[in-house]
Design a protein around this ligand. Structure first.
Ligand code: ZN
Ligand code: ZN
Length: 239
């Protein structure tokens, strides 16, 4: 289940918000960036909506068209829960959905953000989020083709998925995920593009593969000197 929280107010994906955050922490969230429509990335919109619906706060959701269409028509259509897009009132709903374009910067809570396309089983975006002094790139779910967008982003911190162990490379390529070996390739391409290696935080490890991935990342550190910080629970990142 995937969520990461930046400076306590901006969530990247909504897969684990209500599991990992206290009620007070949930009430502090002001915006959510969604990478794609898969359930493990959007499911907590519903319990979060329930939790905050009487707090008078509107949370702004940013997503590419495919993701926005999906959550509006399938998840937030009012059939499972109250219609969070028009209640408690049309002027101040629980959620307001904003569609973002690829490679076009937008402002969210004082950060500058930009979506870029990444290869995955469904239309998906990675996001660069910049504060005054730090740039983060969140891959969302992606295959090795994420390297194609390195010319467009230049993060200090890379928050990357690694879903499978190395022996699953064929599957990873098929569905659009990374293994430690594919991450190595992606980081090499980053370095040849930018001449530096960002700080790397790893997330989205598939539970059955977690031990194997940790082991393979350790070997990768020995081989490359790159340290990998594993996001144990849902990460809180300060920008
Ligand atoms: Zn996915
Ligand atoms: Zn996922």
């Amino acid at each position: 289940m995937v969520s990461h929280l930046i400076d306590e107010v901006l969530a990247l994906d909504a897969g684990g918000l209500t599991r990992s955050l206290t009620f007070d922490e949930q009430k502090r969230i002001r915006a959510i960036i969604l990478s794609h429509r898969h359930f493990d990335h959007v499911k907590d919109l519903l319990p979060l909506g329930i939790a905050i619906r009487n707090s008078g706060v509107t949370v702004d959701i940013y997503a590419i068209q495919d993701t926005a269409d999906f959550i509006k028509s399938k998840l937030l259509d009012g059939s499972l829960f109250p219609d969070f897009l028009s209640s408690p009132s049309v002027e101040n709903p629980v959620f307001r959905v904003h569609v973002v374009e690829f490679k076009k910067e937008f402002q969210v809570l004082g950060y500058t953000a930009m979506a870029v396309p990444v290869p995955h089983a469904v239309p998906a975006a990675g996001f660069q989020i910049s504060s005054d002094d730090t740039k983060l790139f969140y891959t969302g779910d992606t295959g090795r083709g994420v390297a194609d967008i390195w010319p467009y982003v230049s993060p200090d911190v890379l928050l990357s998925e690694v879903t499978f162990g190395n022996e699953m490379e064929e599957t990873a390529d098929h569905v659009g995920h990374l293994t430690p070996a594919l991450l190595k390739e992606v980081l090499e391409k980053f370095k040849s593009q930018h001449n530096y290696t960002p700080r790397v935080i790893i997330a989205h490890m598939n539970p059955p593969w977690e031990d194997k991935i940790r082991q393979e990342l350790k070997e990768l550190t020995k081989e490359t000197g790159i340290e990998f910080q594993v996001a144990d629970a849902d990460t809180v990142i300060d920008l």
